[in-house]
Design a protein around this ligand. Structure first.
Ligand SMILES: Cc1cc2nc3c(=O)[nH]c(=O)nc-3n(C[C@H](O)[C@H](O)[C@H](O)COP(=O)(O)OP(=O)(O)OC[C@H]3O[C@@H](n4cnc5c(N)ncnc54)[C@H](O)[C@@H]3O)c2cc1C
Length: 592
């Protein structure tokens, strides 16, 4: 089933949840609404016409290592060239390096479209954007001049090399070694695993950002430095030079995203791979976090992307497939399954979760823009705190629902969902990596509870809760019959989140293990409450405009509140009262 970019839904989320009109008026974005819509429409065309047709062939063929070279599926190289030629690689990059300096909000929205059309393709620019960000913010002038123009133009791609066999979530354990050289460069020795687009033939050069440890570095995460390691060295005149001492040893065989090459990378099998320090020695993790935070939001958007794609596919199937006779049928014979109440419920869940997660991600992207572009220092600082708070929620909530929605998509197809030819199974398989990479969702929940909740002595989360409550009050005051019990349910959800946040804040001091045991349900509660509120903002706007366009915002917001937000108080109970039983059986006994 062909993909169609949900331009109206995206615009609706931008205008209502992310407050596009106010942002444009303030001048922070530097673009008008027509430009934003035009770029999203163009991204939609590119996604539908170029990337979507390659998604299935990519899944079936996969990327392969042939005679030491990574070969991507048929059509991939041409599509990548079109992507680069179209200027998509430089959407949000600074003009100084050849980019278009468009807001993160817009490139995040475009990212949804590319990833919906073809998740395995979308990963390549996703990582390159992160690498550009890290080099731009922390690289030396020389590094910027040498690498950024080619990366922004899409002529070279970027990768992110953190993971090692014994260092996954725990990066403090990494052992890749860096040795200082007399000329100011470094030599890198070690093995990195699971490196996305670690090698390929789409571009002439690949720019690896690699975490490694200097011989005199302190142990743990405080002794990690970041290095730029090109696949090919670059000559003084900018031309491609000798091959660096970095090779792709093998590619992984995976559950999904088959076309995305996931590489084992060997650095320094001979004299050592030449590397250039990014930022300061032993401060590499801080720099990498720039890249990781950008990538975490982008991966959250991948969750939205796969959910949107699975929803479109399930809707199309449900309209065609006929089984049984629905209670409301007014013609003889079997009804399309979309008429059955249970299928309608499933489709509403898919739509509502997708739109809620999209809103959370776009709000996070907007705050990134404010944190970088606002004139007022205090406004920038507040927005940076908001980004810090929302990033783990955007990443984990959106990727969790990506899997759930893709799974419902398979279910709506019945047996055909389990058969590869419908494509529903591919979305389900592709979605499954999203809660794992860029920091597992368990790690995101821990980050939210232990680092983000205490930000500024708890004032960041307090201010956010205050904002959510403001929308709830507006919904209640509007007193519209078509809102049903939306105000009541939203009020309960935000109150539950406030109570769970208070409990979490206390538990972090008194009983940290209990807090960690409740971190994942806490994040889920956070995502549900925030998502419900953003949908309600959309409903309020639709009611004001007297229009039900853009995906029936009032009905979706009401459904979310009355059917999904009912979980909020249960999740709160789990957070505040579930730790004792979670931890009751000791690890040894659990495995007995
Ligand atoms: C397809 C694919 C692409 C990838 N791309 C890249 C890439 O481009 N670059 C890169 O560097 N890496 C990449 N990765 C690696 C990925 O980021 C890691 O797999 C991920 O961070 C988890 O690390 P791990 O696999 O070692 O799992 P582990 O760290 O071993 O975790 C196993 C489980 O234990 C949990 N856990 C671990 N520590 C804790 C803790 N302290 N408290 C509670 N629970 C914990 C985790 O949540 C997880 O559920 C990729 C992986 C895959 C599969």
């Amino acid at each position: 089933m062909a993909y169609q970019a949900p331009v109206d839904d995206i615009m609706h989320a931008l205008k209502t949840a992310a407050g596009l009109d106010g942002l444009i008026e303030s001048g922070i974005l530097g673009v008008d609404e027509d430009t934003i819509r035009a770029v999203i429409e163009e991204a939609g065309k590119f996604g539908a016409e170029v990337l979507d047709p390659l998604s299935v062939v990519g899944d079936r063929t996969g990327s392969k290592l042939v005679d030491g070279k990574v070969v991507t599926p048929p059509g991939w190289k041409e599509a990548y060239k079109q992507f680069a030629d179209g200027g998509w690689g430089g959407l949000q990059a600074p003009e100084e390096w050849g980019g278009q300096n468009l807001p993160n909000l817009l490139s995040t929205a475009a990212g949804e479209i590319w990833n919906s059309a073809n998740l395995a393709f979308g990963l390549c620019p996703l990582l390159t954007f992160g690498a550009i960000d890290a080099i731009e913010l922390q690289g030396s002038e020389q590094l910027k001049k040498t690498y950024l123009p080619k990366m922004v133009s899409g002529e070279w791609t970027g990768t992110m090399n953190l993971t090692e066999p014994h260092a996954g979530s725990d990066l403090g354990a990494l052992v890749t070694r860096a040795e200082r050289q007399a000329d100011g460069t470094y030599r890198i020795f070690g093995t990195k695993i699971f490196i996305t687009y670690g090698d390929h033939e789409l571009t002439d050069n690949i720019i690896h950002l690699v975490l490694a440890r200097l011989p005199d570095a302190p142990p743990g995460t405080r002794g990690i430095s970041l290095f730029l390691v090109p696949k090919h060295l670059v000559n003084k005149d900018g031309s491609i030079g000798a091959r660096n001492d970095v090779t792709c040893a093998s590619l992984e065989h995976k559950l999904g995203i088959h076309a995305s090459p996931t590489a084992v990378m060997k650095y320094g099998e001979k004299d050592g791979a030449v590397g250039y320090l990014v930022g300061e020695e032993n401060r590499g993790l801080n720099v990498m976090f720039i890249m990781m935070n950008a990538a975490r939001l982008a991966v959250g958007m991948q969750g939205v992307a796969v959910a949107e794609r699975a929803t479109q596919q399930a809707l199309a199937y449900a309209k065609e497939r006929r089984q049984g006779r629905s209670l409301s049928a007014n013609s003889a014979g079997m009804s399309p399954i979309i008429e059955h109440a249970d299928i309608r419920r499933s489709l509403m869940i898919m739509k509502a979760l997708t739109q809620a997660a999209r809103a959370i991600c776009l709000v996070t992207a907007k705050e990134t823009d404010v944190s970088r572009r606002a004139k007022d220092v205090a406004e920038r600082a507040a927005a940076a705190h908001r980004v810090a708070l929302l990033t783990p929620i955007a990443k984990a909530f959106a990727t969790d629902i990506g899997c759930e929605v893709a799974s419902i998509g398979v279910q709506i197809h019945g047996g055909m969902g389990f058969i590869e030819e419908t494509g529903a199974a591919q979305h389900y398989r592709d979605a499954r990596i999203l809660p794992i990479y860029e920091g597992t969702n368990g790690i995101q929940a821990i980050d939210l509870a232990t680092r983000k909740l205490p930000l500024e002595g708890g004032k960041v989360v307090e201010a956010y809760l205050g904002e959510l409550k403001g929308v709830v009050d507006e919904v209640r005051a509007s007193n519209r019959p078509e809102f049903g019990r939306m105000g009541e349910r939203l009020g309960e959800a935000v109150a539950a989140l406030a109570e769970a946040s208070r409990w979490m804040g206390g538990a972090l001091h008194k009983s940290p293990e209990a807090a960690l045991a409740g971190a994942t349900p806490y994040l889920r509660l956070f995502g549900l409450a925030a998502g419900g509120v953003y949908l309600a903002k959309g409903a309020l706007a639709a009611a004001r405009n007297g229009s039900g366009a853009a995906g029936q915002p009032i009905a979706i917001a009401r459904f979310f509140a009355e059917n999904l937000l009912t979980a909020a108080s249960g999740l709160k109970d789990t957070v505040v009262g579930g730790a004792d039983s979670t931890l009751a059986i000791a690890p040894d006994a659990l495995s007995a």
